[in-house]
Design a protein around this ligand. Structure first.
Ligand SMILES: Cc1cc2nc3c(=O)[nH]c(=O)nc-3n(C[C@H](O)[C@H](O)[C@H](O)COP(=O)(O)OP(=O)(O)OC[C@H]3O[C@@H](n4cnc5c(N)ncnc54)[C@H](O)[C@@H]3O)c2cc1C
Length: 321
């Protein structure tokens, strides 16, 4: 593990000032950053603990009826908060299915969205596109946990459960940096390896996620986050699905574990799922259409089967509401 200095930031201004310097990175719970340093995937000079920054802390109600979650809020606190459980249950369910209780007590929401991919090759320093190599050894190798949609030239999947729920809830990522603040719709926050290889989001090195905002329009209705794992618990998703029917009737269907970013299905599939009155053939057809672009690798075709099954169950439930 390379040596680094640990500092605690007390204000947002101080944090942004420090992040503007080369080699300075933010840390939340450290449950991924410290591992990536240990694995030689990151070598910061200064690790800046942002958990005492007031703007990045706590869960509060917004004037328009939405909710703001500070990026340094721990996943366990997001999962148990009354506003989240009542208004955004899909997010509460996603947070309470992350890893182990110990991880949820340490990990922050911002850090969870920024965690690096779990692909064995990348993590173990076997040369690959993401760690400085020029090919993807997983493509013809151990690819059972990798992408079936939006893959290539790297087939990583984004490991975050909360990210999938947040896309279904049309969340806004509140980002601050040297150049000012920007509000990024979460659907455009994550990028594929085609767009960027040295990270999985549009965030720049000097920028910080300060909060996640959830709008009033996404509150309530029918929401659920379903996660399929190889082990019964304490595991990353093989495939997951966040499904929501908002109070205004709009439907969101977002898959996790299948692509380099949370994968929202075609709007036309969501619109038909919203129209109701679907018989079983129509439901099966919609799930198939949602996965038309799937291109499984040699060992992960099972993910298409799992995703279709989750979609059918969710569409059936939406149709019955
Ligand atoms: C055994 C195990 C099982 C796991 N299972 C799951 C699972 O099932 N589902 C799941 O979703 N995750 C899972 N994880 C991953 C875990 O959730 C993440 O490690 C954790 O959420 C990261 O949060 P953190 O606050 O510790 O991030 P850190 O380790 O502190 O930071 C991670 C990255 O984010 C950056 N960062 C931190 N905060 C910010 C911010 N506010 N703005 C910008 N950048 C920031 C850091 O610089 C670093 O690059 C698992 C991890 C382990 C070890």
């Amino acid at each position: 593990m390379s040596a680094f200095e640990y500092r605690t930031a007390r204000s947002l201004a101080e944090t942004l000032d420090q992040l503007a310097r080369p080699g300075h990175v933010p840390v939340g719970g450290g449950t991924d950053l410290l591992v990536t340093i240990d694995e030689g995937l990151a070598s910061p000079d200064v690790v800046l603990d942002i958990r005492a920054v007031p703007e990045a802390n706590g869960i509060s109600e917004l004037a328009d009826g939405g909710v703001r979650i500070g990026a340094a809020t721990r996943l366990a606190d997001v999962a148990s908060h009354v506003l989240i459980r009542e208004r955004y249950p899909a997010l509460a369910q996603a947070c309470e299915q992350v890893g182990t209780p110990a991880i949820r007590e340490m990990a922050t929401l911002g850090g969870n969205l920024m965690q690096r991919p779990r692909c064995w090759y990348f993590r173990r320093g076997i040369p690959c596109h993401k760690n400085g190599g020029s090919s993807c050894p997983a493509h013809d190798g151990e690819n059972q946990y990798l992408a079936v949609l939006d893959g290539g030239p790297c087939w990583m999947v984004h490991p975050s459960d909360p990210a999938v729920a947040l896309v279904a809830l049309d969340a806004i990522v509140e980002v601050h940096g040297r150049g000012g603040a920007r509000s990024i719709p979460i659907a455009t926050f994550f990028v594929t390896p085609r767009e960027r290889m040295d990270g999985e989001t549009v965030l720049q090195q000097d920028e910080l996620i300060v909060a996640i905002q959830l709008g009033a329009a996404a509150a309530g209705g029918m929401q659920q986050y379903t996660k399929l794992m190889q082990r019964g618990a304490w595991d990353f998703a093989l495939v997951s699905l966040a499904a929501a029917r908002r109070v205004d009737g709009e439907v969101r269907l977002v898959l996790g574990g299948v692509a380099p970013r949370p994968y929202r299905v075609y709007t036309s599939v969501e619109e038909e799922a919203m129209s109701g009155g679907l018989d079983e053939d129509a439901i099966v057809g919609l799930a198939e259409r949602a996965l038309l672009d799937a291109e499984p690798l040699s060992k992960n075709g099972y993910k298409v089967t799992l995703a279709a099954s989750l979609l059918r169950d969710a569409i059936r439930k939406l149709a019955a509401e």
